[in-house]
Every structure is written in structure tokens, then in C-alpha cells.
Ligand binder design. Structure first.
Ligand code: NAP
Length: 470
């Protein structure tokens, strides 16, 4: 099946690519394995030089890359520029820190010398989503290549131009042919690649069903996986918080990337003492957002990335409202005249009084739809926050020291942000618990996921050493 790049703001087919045939795939796998044997022997300094070059390219051509992202998946252009800049930062971070993060660790034992050495693992397959089409890939590739692995990217089928642009960046940065390759294949071809003995491990960022499938195949093959899956992050607001900051951040945290972020705040859990004011100010702010052409700088929310995502979201909201939830604003497609008439636009939407067992209560809503909940205490807030199968990020707003500690201890999530919006940072580990996945990206944890943690134990045999020296 051909792989198509479609502008979600206009419905225009931008480009179509043929998927790799068997021979082409075989060549790429061979090249990845062959290049690994050389690349693993290069010094950190050599790899760092290339990674810094990749950062330079990203920065100097950020507007071009941003336009490709926006045209393929609809994120507002300024956010796309910031994404390219962030990719440059992660390249720099690992160029500067990989050697330190992977340095031998001496451990005192009964040996003359014992230590831990971190060695590259081989070819790593990365199955990636479209929502941050550059960032998701760079945060895998920068540590993987700096550790001496080679990478194969199976990107989401709706962002082939981004996938090819990334391959070109690494090639122009001086990485050898085969160090990082894009595979234009559909998800049906992933099992074959995963099962190939030349592939050592895999990482997947995407939905729960995709994660289950990749992890089970890799499990059969006894191959390491990292999974970064969905989330339904809570955003809890307590009476002692800075109210204005909480409301403003809440709007941004829900609508960033057109509402299509795994760590977007999705459930707003607000203490009853401030709930009514929060609801009215939050709804007013959501109504003020401008929906439209993502290439226009003043646009807050562009189109959803595919027509299917729009249909799914529409359905989730309809079912939730039909089950008794209150629709405070939105709930409809936005219909434009002219060029944008075939775009996947959806109104910023707010739901309240949401019954249990509805999509908005239970599932991840991947679009600009916020779910509001009223609670009477911190215990109730935490209980509701944890009443989900997901456990990616969480944000809690309070200026009470005791409450802060309770949130940090009791929220079941891979991260807790107090008085701030959940965000990734190359210096901090990123990942989830429960059905949000396992393993970590970024920081020194990320670079240690795809390495052999090798124990080295040496006993100096003095008598024999002397004899052999004579
Ligand atoms: P998706 O449908 O799971 O797709 C993600 C990637 O997996 C794509 O490359 C897709 O290829 C591939 N894929 C889909 N089904 C597969 C299967 N059965 N076997 C192997 N590969 C398969 O997810 P999405 O809709 O693009 O992304 C949205 C989801 O990703 C949300 O749940 C979001 O929360 C999550 N996400 C998580 C993180 C995180 O860091 N935790 C970050 C971003 C997004 P095709 O495109 O060819 O189908």
C-alpha cells in the first residue's frame, strides 16, 4: 500500500511514497547491522562531533523542518519551530553527556578490580507516532546513536516526509550510511522486522494496542523493549494554588499540539471551594482560542492530524454527552469555507458532570477536549486521579507543603509536576507506569536502556603474571 502525506488542514495529498519492497527492506537491515559493527567502535568524541552537526542543521533550517511538520500533521507553526529547536537541544545534551553517562562504574568487591561497562546493543527499531514527528524520533535517536547503536525508524504512516527529512539530517551530519535509516513500511511489516535476528531491540511510542503487539512479538524473540504509550493525565487544582496561573496553564496544558499530546492534561480535578470560578474562567479561556490554519502564526489550534482521529474524538464526546455529561462549550466540528473546508477542525470543548464508564471518564481523548471533575478533598482528588489504567504524567497545583508531599508520594504516574505543566526535558527521565508503558527515555536512564550492562570482574594472579613475564 502506498504511504501518503496528506495536509490535514486542507485534505490535499502532498506526496505519495511506495512502501519498501522485500529486497529494499533486506538491504536496509543488512546495512544497519553492517554499520553497527563499525559505528560501535567509533569514539564518543567522533559521535559527538556528528551529533553537534545534527543540532546545527536542525537549528539553521528549523523553519523548513517546521513547515514540513505543520503541513503533514497540522501543529501550529510556532510550536513546530520550537520542536525543531528542542531536537537540537537533545542532540547537544547527548553529545555533551553520553560519555559521562556511559563511563565505567567501579564497584568494590573481592576482585582485584570489578566494574560495570555499558556497551552498545546493536540495531534498534523505533516505531514512532506522528504527534511530535521530530521530537519523538530525536529523543530516541540521539542517545541510541551516541551509545553506539544503529537505528531503524518505522514512523507513523501519515508523516513520511518528516521521516525522510530526519534520515537526511543524520546523513548530512556525517553519520555513516546505515547508522540511522527510515523504513517506509506499514505497521503490518513491523513483526517481520522485529523478528529479524539482525534487530536487537525495539522502542515504541504510540497507542496501547500497538504497544501490546510490539511487546508481545519482541517478548517471543527475547528482545528488550521500551514502551511510551498513552496517558490521561490529571491536573489537580487545590484552594491554596495560584489560581490565575493554574487556569492559564490548564488551557495550555490541554490544547498544546491541538490537544494531541500524550502528556496533555486531560482530566481537570478541582477542589469544590474554587470549582465554580475555575469552571467559568476555564470555559471562557477555551472559547477565546482561535481555531484555523496552522501556518498562520496567531492560530492556537490547528486541525486534528487525520480524519479518523477527528471521527474518533467526535464519537467519544457524543457518547459521553448522551450518557449524561454536561457540554459546557464546543462539541462540534469547525466548518470553514474555501481552502480549509476539508480540514479536520474541532472546537475546543469542555465537559463536566461526567458519569463513570464513559469515554471521557475512562479513555484517552486525543484532541482539544477537557473533562472537569469536582472533588471535596485531597484524598478524593488523588483517588480520582489514580482511577485510570494510565500512569504517564500528573500535575498538581498547591502551595501547601503537606499536600505537595502527599501528591508526590501518592500519584501513580511517571512524573509529578507541582505548580507546573508536565513537559519533557532532556535532563530528566520520561516515561510512565501502568498501561502508559515501561522503560525511560531522556537523561542517563534513557541512554542506558539500549546497552549491555556488562559486569567485569578481574583477579590479578600475581604468581602467574610474574612467571609469564619471565
Ligand atoms: P498508533 O496508532 O499506536 O501509532 C504509533 C506507531 O505505531 C505508528 O508508527 C504506527 O504505524 C505503529 N503501529 C500501529 N499499530 C501497530 C501494530 N499493531 N504493530 C506495530 N506498529 C503499529 O498511535 P498514534 O495514534 O499514532 O499516536 C497516538 C498515541 O500515542 C496516543 O495514545 C498517545 O498518547 C501516544 N503517545 C505516547 C507518547 C509517550 O511518550 N508516552 C508520546 C506520544 C504519543 P502506522 O502509522 O503505520 O499505523
Amino acid at each position: 500500500m502506498p504511504i501518503s502525506s496528506i495536509n490535514p488542514a486542507t485534505g490535499e495529498v502532498l506526496k505519495t511514497f511506495e512502501a519498501l519492497n522485500e529486497r529494499e527492506l533486506e538491504e536496509k537491515l543488512n546495512r544497519a547491522a553492517g554499520t553497527f559493527r563499525e559505528h560501535r567502535r567509533t569514539s564518543f568524541a567522533e559521535r559527538a562531533g556528528r551529533m553537534l552537526q545534527a543540532a546545527e542543521i536542525l537549528e539553521s533550517e528549523k523553519k523548513t523542518f517546521a513547515r514540513t511538520m505543520t503541513l503533514e500533521m497540522g501543529k501550529p507553526i510556532n510550536a513546530a519551530i520550537q520542536e525543531a529547536e528542542k531536537c537540537a537541544r537533545v542532540c547537544r545534551y547527548y553529545a555533551e553527556n553520553a560519555e559521562k553517562h556511559l563511563a565505567d562504574e567501579i564497584v568494590e568487591t573481592n576482585a582485584s578490580k570489578s566494574y560495570i561497562r555499558f556497551q552498545s546493543l546493536g540495531v534498534v527499531l523505533a516505531v514512532m507516532p506522528w504527534n511530535f514527528p521530530f521530537w519523538q524520533v530525536f529523543r530516541f535517536a540521539a542517545p541510541a546513536l551516541m551509545a553506539g547503536n544503529t537505528g531503524l525508524l518505522k514512523h507513523a504512516s501519515n508523516v513520511p516526509q518528516c521521516a525522510l527529512a530526519i534520515e537526511e539530517i543524520f546523513s548530512r551530519a556525517g553519520f555513516p550510511e546505515g547508522a540511522f535509516q527510515t523504513l517506509l513500511i506499514g505497521s503490518d511489516a513491523v513483526p517481520k522486522v522485529l523478528e529479524d535476528p539482525r534487530v536487537a531491540a525495539a522502542t515504541l511510542t504510540g497507542s496501547e494496542p500497538a504497544g501490546r503487539s510490539v511487546a508481545s512479538i519482541a517478548g517471543q524473540q527475547i528482545k528488550k523493549t521500551v514502551l511510551e504509550l498513552g496517558g490521561s493525565d490529571p491536573f489537580i487544582v487545590m484552594p491554596s494554588s495560584n489560581f490565575e496561573a493554574a487556569v492559564n496553564t490548564a488551557v495550555k496544558a490541554r490544547t498544546i499540539n491541538n490537544g494531541q499530546s500524550c502528556i496533555a492534561a486531560k482530566r481537570f480535578i478541582v477542589h469544590e471551594k474554587i470549582y465554580d470560578r475555575f469552571e467559568s474562567e476555564f470555559v471562557a479561556a477555551m472559547k477565546r482560542l482561535s481555531v484555523g490554519d496552522p501556518l498562520v502564526e496567531s492560530t492556537d489550534i490547528g486541525p486534528l492530524a487525520t480524519e479518523q482521529i477527528l471521527k474518533d474524538l467526535e464519537e467519544q464526546v457524543k457518547i459521553t454527552v448522551a450518557s449524561g455529561a454536561k457540554l459546557l462549550t464546543g462539541g462540534q466540528r469547525v466548518q470553514f469555507e474555501g481552502e480549509l473546508s476539508r480540514g479536520n477542525f474541532y472546537e475546543p470543548t469542555v465537559l463536566a458532570d461526567i458519569p463513570k464508564d464513559t469515554p471521557a471518564y475512562r479513555d484517552e481523548l486525543f484532541g482539544p477536549v477537557a473533562s472537569l471533575f469536582r472533588v471535596g478533598s485531597i484524598d478524593e482528588a488523588i483517588q480520582l486521579a489514580n482511577a485510570t489504567t494510565f500512569g504517564l504524567g500528573s500535575s498538581a497545583w498547591t502551595n501547601d507543603g503537606q499536600e505537595r508531599e502527599q501528591f508526590i508520594d501518592e500519584l501513580e504516574a511517571g512524573s509529578v509536576f507541582i505548580n507546573g505543566m508536565v513537559a519533557s526535558d532532556p535532563r530528566l527521565p520520561f516515561g510512565g507506569v501502568k498501561h502508559s508503558g515501561y522503560g525511560r527515555e531522556l537523561s542517563y536512564f534513557g541512554i542506558r536502556e539500549f546497552v549491555n550492562i556488562k559486569t567485569v570482574w578481574i583477579k590479578d594472579d600475581i604468581e602467574n603474571t610474574k612467571t609469564s613475564a619471565q
